[in-house]
Structure formats: C-alpha cells, structure tokens
Design a protein around this ligand. Structure first.
Ligand SMILES: *Cc1c(COP(=O)(O)O)cnc(C)c1O
Length: 395
C-alpha cells in the first residue's frame, strides 16, 4: 500500500520547488539575443541582484551553478601563491577553499566542528597573529547546507575589522540569499556569491557574484583572472559581453519572475515566513528527539538556520529506511546527510517557495514514517509545529 500518487514533494535543500509562475515564464520561443528587450532584462536583473545583496556594488550573472560562482569570486580577486583563511562550519566553506587550492592558492582552514557556528573571536585571534598580512581573504558561508548552521556574518565582519586586518571578506550566500537578511555593504563584505536554485526558486544554472569597491581595486592586480569569469571583460558595453557569450535567455526570464514574486511579497514577510516555518520544523524535531533516536545536528538553538534543518539519526539504517519510506510510500523526498554526516542524518529543507501546507505536510509524513518504522520518538511533533504556527501567525 502506498499513498504517494499526486505531486511529489521535494524537501531537499536545493534545487528547491519552483513556483508555477517561474516555470511558465520560461515557456516561450527562442529570443533574438541582439534585441534591446533582453538588454533591459539583464540590466534589471543586475540592479535587482545588487538590491538583494544590499550593495551599491555591481552584480554579475554567470551561466554556472554555485561551484562556478565560487570560481568566479576567487579568480577575480586572488593571485597564485596568495594565502586565504577558510572558516569551517560544515562542508561548503571547505569546498570553496578546496577550489581555491586547486587554483594555486594556499589555504589555511580555521578548524571548526559540524555542530556549531564559526566563532568570531577565533577569527579575530587568528588574524591578529598574521602580522605580515599574508592572509588575503577570509571565506565563509552564511548558511551551511550540510550542517544546517547559520553563521553570524556581521559578527565575523566585525572580528576582521577588530583585528585591524585588511583581508577581503568573502561570503557564500547560496543557501540564504532571499531567505534571511543579507547586508553586504553594512556588514563590510567585499565579495558575495549565490546561485539560482535555492532560496531564489529558479532552475539551477545561474550563479551570482556581487563586488565591493575594495574588491574591484584588488581585482585589477589579480593574476588568476580568466576570460570567462573576468569582471572587467563583462563590464563591456555589448550585451554579448555580459555573459561572455549567448545569454541564458530562459533562465533570465525565470529569475525575473522569481525576483518579482520576492519583491511583491516583501523582504520582511519573506524572512519572517522562513523563520516561522523553520521554527515549526524545529518544534517538531525537538519533540521527536525526546526519545534519543533523533537529535538536532546544531547544538545551540540560535545557530540553527532558517532554511534547512539537519537531523542526526542513531544508525545509517534508520536514516535510509526513513528516507525510503517518506519517498516511496508518501511522495516526500528528504535530503541525505552529506559529507561528514553521510549516513548519519537526514535534512529537511524549508527555503524558497514554501508555505505552511508544504512544511506541515513534510512534518506529517516524517511522523508517519517514524511511526510506521517504529523509530523511537517523542509523540506530538506535528502538534507542536501546528501550535507554534497558530500562536505566531495571528488571525
Ligand atoms: C548548494 C550550495 C553550494 C553549491 O552550489 P551548486 O549549485 O551545487 O554548485 C555552495 N554553497 C552552499 C552554501 C550551498 O548550499
């Protein structure tokens, strides 16, 4: 017996659910890429991406996933032999640092653990020791999609300044942009990057980078610059130069629609919606965890992100059985544990185009699975989630 007919629900942390409006926006014939209309579209997207990042600096759009945008960010400001500091809090800053190393950059990892956020005082202490100013950039993520942690980006920025260090501050906002505050200029971020397929509700395939004045200065002398990623080449007047070739026309229309929807909802409501739905998930997980078979990966409640929740399970068998049950019997696809948490966790995404029925549906299905598989868990997780929403979304 299965109860999965109907629309399958993808609860993995990217790619995320796309609104029907976004899908429809792509349903159009091939466009004349030399037409003025497309140039206006590109200009509007550049301006609106800078608005999302909250910067007066320029934004760039690459035909790339997040890994491509990582490389774009690195090659435009770094040189062979430069040293950078990578702040560990899960998998993704490490992955970004790994890309830098393969490009010929020396990396130092500020050790962290997978169950907590980066400690700004440790960043400050390390930078204070760097008397010769060998460290050229500090890399961190706002939300690590593997561990489920949210880092305090403004506090890390303050730590860099408190150390009196001039390293560039580079932030990955792939799993957070459009879902929680990001204030690039106010937080003194020099290079920020993101991608289309998580909070921005658009198909995978677009990577974004936003650039401060200071980063633009450093860019002039960076020797890792390469033709495809190079900001200066993309600053050319021709529309063709903006993408170093043919524009990704249909993805641009999709992104335009997604940003229109975000702006229509308004940042304040979008962020609050994410916070409320994330807390509903946390209420349920908190109750389920009472019997010891499940637990939050991130120990401190204030460090749990509003876009993804990583839940530890006692055995690999439990994680696999639960995921299989939810998908095969009920049509809900949960995220796997990845990296150090491979086989030890499942993840529930709550980012982008999500609302109460989607999230409560996922929680309900997980609870069905916990019951069906006789996995020990506290009773009433879904009830706790619905109570929380009822109390916090007033009539
Ligand atoms: C998904 C993700 C990436 C990588 O993006 P891809 O599009 O898969 O290359 C990078 N950083 C974070 C925080 C992510 O969540």
């Amino acid at each position: 017996m299965v109860v999965r007919a109907g629309r399958e629900f993808l609860a993995i942390p990217g790619p995320t659910t796309m609104p029907d409006e976004v899908l429809r926006a792509m349903h159009r014939p091939a466009a004349d890429i030399y037409d003025g209309g497309l140039l206006a579209l590109t200009e509007s997207l550049h301006a609106d991406l800078s608005k999302l990042f909250h910067t007066r600096g320029r934004s760039y759009i690459y035909i790339a996933n997040g890994h491509g945008a990582w490389e774009a960010a690195l090659t435009n400001v770094l040189s062979r032999g430069d040293k950078i500091l990578v702040l560990e809090s899960g998998r993704f800053a490490i992955g970004w640092g790994d890309a830098a190393e393969r490009l010929g950059v020396e990396i130092e990892i500020l050790k962290g653990t997978w169950d907590r956020a980066v400690r700004p005082d440790e960043v400050e202490a390390r930078l204070r020791q760097d008397k010769e100013r060998r460290i050229k950039a500090v890399l961190t993520v706002q939300i690590d999609t593997a561990s489920g942690v949210v880092n305090d980006i403004p506090a890390i920025g303050r730590a860099i300044r408190a150390a009196g260090h001039d390293a560039l501050f580079m932030v990955d906002a792939v799993a957070s942009l459009g879902c929680m505050p990001f204030q690039m200029d106010d937080w003194h971020i020099d290079v920020a990057m993101s991608a289309s397929q998580k909070g921005l509700m658009t198909p995978p395939g677009l990577g974004f980078v936003a650039v401060s004045e200071r980063a633009r200065e450093v860019h002039r002398k960076a020797d890792l610059r390469s033709p495809y990623w190079d900001w200066t080449a993309r600053d050319g007047q021709e529309h063709y130069q903006k993408y170093a070739g043919t524009p990704p026309v249909h993805l641009l229309y999709a992104l335009r629609q997604a940003l229109d929807m975000l702006f229509e909802e308004g940042a304040e409501n979008t962020f609050l919606r994410h916070r409320l739905l994330a807390e509903a998930v946390r209420r349920a997980v908190g109750v389920w965890s009472e019997k010891g078979a499940l637990s939050f990966n991130i120990l401190a409640p204030s460090e749990r992100s509003d876009t993804v929740t990583t839940v530890l399970v006692r055995s690999e068998r439990t994680a696999n059985d639960l995921k299989d049950y939810c998908r095969d019997k009920c049509g809900v696809v949960l995220g796997n544990g990845i990296g150090a948490l491979s086989g030890q966790a499942f993840r529930i995404a709550h980012m982008g185009h999500v609302n109460a029925p989607m999230i409560l549906g996922v929680l309900g299905v997980v609870e069905v699975g916990l019951n069906a598989l006789r996995i020990p868990h506290g009773e009433g997780g879904v009830l706790a989630a619905t109570r929380w929403l009822g109390d916090n979304v007033p009539a």
